[in-house]
Design a protein around this ligand. Structure first.
Ligand code: GLC
Length: 545
């Protein structure tokens, strides 16, 4: 068995629960905490070490909870604190860790602090918790600088002052309903200390930190040097709005709070950051030994289906992380990205199953890599992206603010199918009229968990078998990898004393790097052959054939 039980996070497999789409216990068409609790045995059976819950705090849901109006409560949509405590009790009993999603860069425009700022005068203490500034140009009618918001449009909105006149502007790097907090104001940090302790006292095992390269802005809020580049991408490229040096002090402090709790009971708490920065070196700075434990490594997720591209990002991740004290946190899917089955499909190959075969292979690859892995709900079912949602059901603010369907995020957030032949597929509590908050396509029937569990060839069994082996094999989890010399288009590596993983990125079969029958493979795999779009694991004492 693994040595690192006390440092569980270093090679943990965490399942991301997008609460509103997981399981609905009340029949209102929206998933909730009681639904998550009911699903815990399913997740335990799958074999994950823990769950990360998307934000369930009181929120007007302009960005599905990433607009928090109260950091220390549960939105009635999802339950209440008592329900949260029951969830914690069950999770503890089952040995499933629980991470919460914390959103420190911005709050909701309905947060009492922002409401107070709106009715307070320019220069007031209430406005100093945010970034309020006078506009430029005649009558201050132009935004204070040229920054773009990540979800389209300018990063500034103008308020109307109490006397009815057009007033100051406030900064929001996402939507206008998500005003950015001013972390140069010590009150903000103090508030988040309270929030961390509130949830740590309720027993949580750590936090996924939203927009962890945000928080601080350049103190003078100067113009961005390349506003066109900022507008073109959803990546954090504006060097004045992201990745300011002061943010590292926050992570050092939060780490010390976690260590304090560990000192009390020996249980390690985890901080895993959503760190979008431009270079691998910058990324590594966030996971120095006294900062975040881990930061998501998104380059695997954005790599095209290509052996060289995968090898490059994996090698870079291993190099960057070396010496930081962290381990790589691998991700193939999350609630912001097109699902792998669809992403890896190619135009003109619909129905051929190519995307699904590649997604299965990628899963085995990810589970064999050194470090931790995150699975996004539905990934274990092989759910495809729902690409044809009609405009009138789309809820992603990116669609509303850009008028474009490009890169919208609703298609990966459609509620999970659990059973049956028609929507709601067991997602809601069985009330006939309850409609899932996003419509589920009829073909979701094929992916329902009851069918997946009953079919040993399903994605579910592949993930479950991979997780089981990973938990038992000393070669997997934390450590290093050694690349094998393989044919072009094939990636192969050895873990420990002879666990070989190989992936054939091409479509034609190739000789397998190990002669015997694989321990596990993502598709049918005769001894000695590695079919196209397939990954396999072998135990071998011949590590570089
Ligand atoms: C993160 C979240 C995303 C959210 C954004 C703003 O990128 O993953 O869902 O919209 O932050 O909070």
């Amino acid at each position: 068995m693994k040595l690192n039980t006390h440092r569980w996070w270093r090679d943990a497999v965490i399942y991301q629960v997008y609460v509103r789409s997981f399981l609905d216990s009340t029949g209102d068409g929206i998933g909730d905490l009681a639904g998550v609790r009911a699903g815990l045995p399913y997740l335990k059976k799958l074999g994950v070490d823990g769950i990360w819950l998307s934000p369930f705090y009181p929120s007007p849901q302009h960005d599905h909870g990433y607009d928090v109006a109260d950091y220390c409560d549960v939105d009635p949509l999802f339950g209440d604190l008592a329900e949260f405590d029951l969830l914690m009790t069950d999770a503890r009993r089952l040995g499933v860790k629980v991470l919460l999603d914390i959103v420190p860069n911005h709050c909701s425009s309905e947060h009492p602090w922002f409401q107070e700022a709106l009715v307070s005068a320019p220069g007031s203490a209430a406005r100093a918790r945010f970034h309020f500034a006078d506009g430029r140009g005649p009558d201050g009618a132009e935004p204070p600088n040229n920054w773009h918001a990540m979800f389209g449009g300018p990063a500034w909105s103008r308020v109307t002052e109490q006397d009815g006149t057009p007033g100051q502007w406030y900064l929001h790097m996402f939507t206008p309903e998500q005003p950015d907090l001013n972390w140069r104001n010590p009150e903000v940090g103090t508030h988040f200390d309270h929030v961390l302790r509130f949830w740590l006292d309720r027993g949580v095992d750590g936090f996924r930190i939203d927009v962890a390269a945000g928080l601080y802005k350049h103190p003078d809020l100067p113009d961005s040097p390349d506003p066109e580049a900022d507008a073109r991408t959803r990546d954090s490229v504006n060097p004045l709005a992201w990745n300011q040096p002061e943010v590292h002090d926050v992570w050092r402090h939060w780490r010390s709070v976690c260590e304090e709790y560990t000192g009390r009971d020996g249980r390690e708490r985890l901080l895993v950051g959503e760190v979008s920065v431009r270079t691998a070196r910058e990324h590594a700075q966030y996971v120095r030994h006294d900062e975040l434990h881990q930061a998501f490594f998104f380059d695997l997720l954005s790599a095209p289906w290509n052996a060289d591209a995968f090898r490059k990002v994996i090698s870079e991740a291993m190099q960057d992380i070396a010496g930081t004290g962290s381990t790589v946190t691998w991700v193939l899917n999350n609630h912001d990205q097109v699902r792998t089955v669809t992403r890896y499909g190619e135009l003109g190959t619909e129905g051929s199953g190519l995307g699904a075969a590649r997604a299965r292979a990628a899963a085995l690859l990810m589970l064999a890599l050194p470090g931790a892995a995150y699975i996004y709900q539905g990934e274990e079912l092989g759910l495809p992206e729902v690409v044809d949602l009609p405009d009138d059901v789309l809820t992603d603010p990116i669609f509303r603010r850009t008028g474009s369907r490009a890169r919208i995020r609703d298609g990966c957030r459609v509620p999970l199918p659990w059973s049956g032949h028609a929507s709601p597929f067991g997602f809601t509590s069985g009330v006939e009229s309850a409609k899932p908050w996003l419509p589920q396509p009829a073909y979701f029937a094929e992916y329902a968990t009851d069918r997946a569990l009953a079919d040993t060839r399903s994605f579910w069994h592949l993930y479950r078998d991979g997780l089981q082996l990973r938990a038992g094999l000393p070669q997997l989890g934390e450590g290093v990898l050694r690349w094998l010399d393989t044919q072009p288009g094939v990636l192969g590596f050895v873990r420990g004393d002879g666990l070989v993983c190989a992936v054939n990125f091409g479509t034609a079969p190739t000789p397998a790097p190990v002669s015997g029958t694989p321990l596990l493979s993502s598709g049918p795999c005769a001894p000695g052959v590695l079919p196209g779009s397939t990954a396999a694991w072998w135990i071998s004492d011949c590590t570089n054939p």
